[in-house]
Design a protein around this ligand. Sequence first.
Ligand code: AHM
Ligand code: MG
Length: 327
Amino acid sequence: MSIETLSAPVGTALDRFIARRQEEFPHASGELSQLLRDIALASKIINREINRAGLVGIGGNAGQENVQGEDQQKLDVVADIRFIRALRYGGETCAILSEEVEEPILTDSPDGKYIVAIDPLDGSSNIDVNVSIGTIFSIFRRVTPIGQPLTEEDFLQKGDDQVASGYVLYGSSTMMVYTTGHGVNGFTLAPSLGEYFLSHPDIQMPKQSKYYSINDSFHDELSPNMVNFIKKCRADKMSARYIGSLVGDFHRNMLKGGVYMYPATSKNPNGKLRLMYECSALAFLAEQAGGVATDGEKRIMEVEPKSVHQRVPFFVGSKDIMKDFKL
Ligand code: AHM
Ligand code: MG
């Protein structure tokens, strides 16, 4: 059992859990704890917006494209604003890298210790059709000493440099799942109380994989190795499941065992998913839960980012099935 769960039984409120964790590290200053609380609070606000989206007509397209050239949905914009607001004035974060914004955002706390990379609302094509969506975040310590201006070195950090990562899944219930490198814990939001409670302590990916997840329309352009891998998944009687909402697909596979694949395609020659605020965060969680995440050549956690919005092929799953994966 991980350190994170030693002192916290199921049902522990997230705030208390974070506080207890901090007590176990006598030199911790409390800033990371506060940052995690800020993220949790922003996610509750977004959860509220998502729940009433259908009612007040804020689902749908905002009529502009984000920096990736994709349609920006209104809720993406709302989520982006909420997270930036929560992090900007918190004091712990000196810069934010957001999927929705081209350049790093410098906050009002130039002396903040942390840099947060975030996809405020992932799976946005699912918003209008009432399917699960999510928020993904990575937290890095700044590299440049406090007092000096931030540089590329601060922004372009690899997965192994993360101090924490996690996601919020807005699904049939809303969950926040995170790691600080001592196991993975999941918290479920009790909507009537407005509080997250520990529901999934010390998550471990099951050894036996139940599901394989890939956009089937890529089949004709897959490498022979990947075609064989998928044949093996089928022969092993694994079920195909693909929501097209990364957090939902990842969460299901992490709890039930499985593999998620987003390869390079003719449309997206470097893959579609973003290294810094999608893949690294989930790779950290997967590894902490006993799984494997690779770009086909190396661990995702080792890939050195060359730009904030860099894309990578992404293959993540349970250890046993990933042994057979070859690009
Ligand atoms: P987004 O960041 O624009 O929401 O796109 C990311 C999403 C992931 O959630 C999902 O796994 C993937 O795109 C699905 O892509 P595709 O429709 O090409 O299969
Ligand atoms: Mg995304």
